[in-house]
Design a protein around this ligand. Structure first.
Ligand code: 5RP
Length: 252
């Protein structure tokens, strides 16, 4: 699927079709304009964040950025950053991060997010919670009226011990919203998907909205067995959306 970019009406140039991945790249490159030499950077995870990490690597190689320290949000991003020669550290050594750049699965008009369909929500929340600025990069397909209400997964990272018990408790918590809880699996044998932290992910699907998001967040986090959930409430400071009509930047 592509997105039609209209050319000026007087132009004879045919309209350009940008793919979703090209839009992700446009948003990512725009976000990297916020990066300055000497910064400690949170490096996000996913196909959009990958473009930002690539771009940071490129600018370092060209000598246009210097003295960057990256804090990766997943093993995959760690590997990518190493391959690009980006110097890395961690939250123990750098508990305050200047800027993080990451994608999202859903973004609502209040800049609340759903993240974690790529499975890295825990490290993302730890790193992005330690940032002075958190820039979210998305293509316009990620915009929703209400996070968790898109009918798509809202991920919750749980410990493997008695996962069915925890999944059932999560589902029961949101019975009023028609919630179904499904263990995330992969492959032909439906092996449980295991996070970088050795945990499982239960994806919650809602028929109706959850109501008060902060109350929903608190209720999930109170369940023993839950490690973290994918709602990122009031964390983003900038959202960059690339779409049909260009790039839109919204600051908190
Ligand atoms: C991974 C994430 C990703 O940021 C989110 O899934 C968006 O991914 P993509 O940029 O590939 O659409 O939260 O845990």
């Amino acid at each position: 699927t592509g997105i039609l970019v209209p050319s000026p009406s007087s132009s004879t140039v045919p309209p350009v079709i940008l793919t979703q991945d090209e839009l992700k790249k446009i948003a990512a490159y725009k976000a990297v304009e916020y990066v300055e030499s000497g910064m400690v950077l949170g490096l996000g995870t996913g196909s959009t964040a990958k473009h930002a990490v690539d771009r940071i690597g490129e600018l370092l190689r060209q000598g246009k950025l210097e003295n960057i320290i990256g804090i990766p949000t997943s093993k995959k991003t760690h590997e990518q950053a190493v391959s690009l020669g980006i110097p890395l550290s961690d939250l123990d050594s750098h508990p305050v991060i200047d800027l993080a750049i990451d994608g999202a699965d859903e973004v609502d008009p209040h800049m609340n997010l759903v993240k974690g369909r790529g499975g890295s929500l825990l490290r993302e929340k730890m790193v992005e919670g330690a940032c002075k600025k958190f820039v979210v990069i998305v293509d316009e397909t990620k915009l929703v009226k209400y996070v968790g209400g898109s009918g798509l997964a809202m991920p919750v990272e749980i410990i493997p011990f008695c996962w069915k018990f925890t999944a059932t408790r999560l589902q029961n918590l949101f019975e009023y919203a028609g919630c179904t809880a499904k263990l995330r699996t992969f492959g032909e044998n439906n092996e449980p998907f295991v996070t970088d932290n050795g945990n499982y992910i239960v994806d919650l699907y809602f028929k109706k909205d959850m109501g008060d998001l902060r109350a929903a967040s608190d209720a999930i986090l109170q369940l023993a067995g839950v490690v973290e959930h994918g709602m990122f409430l009031d964390m983003a400071t900038t959202v960059i959306v690339a779409g049909e009509l260009g790039v839109k930047v919204t600051n908190k």
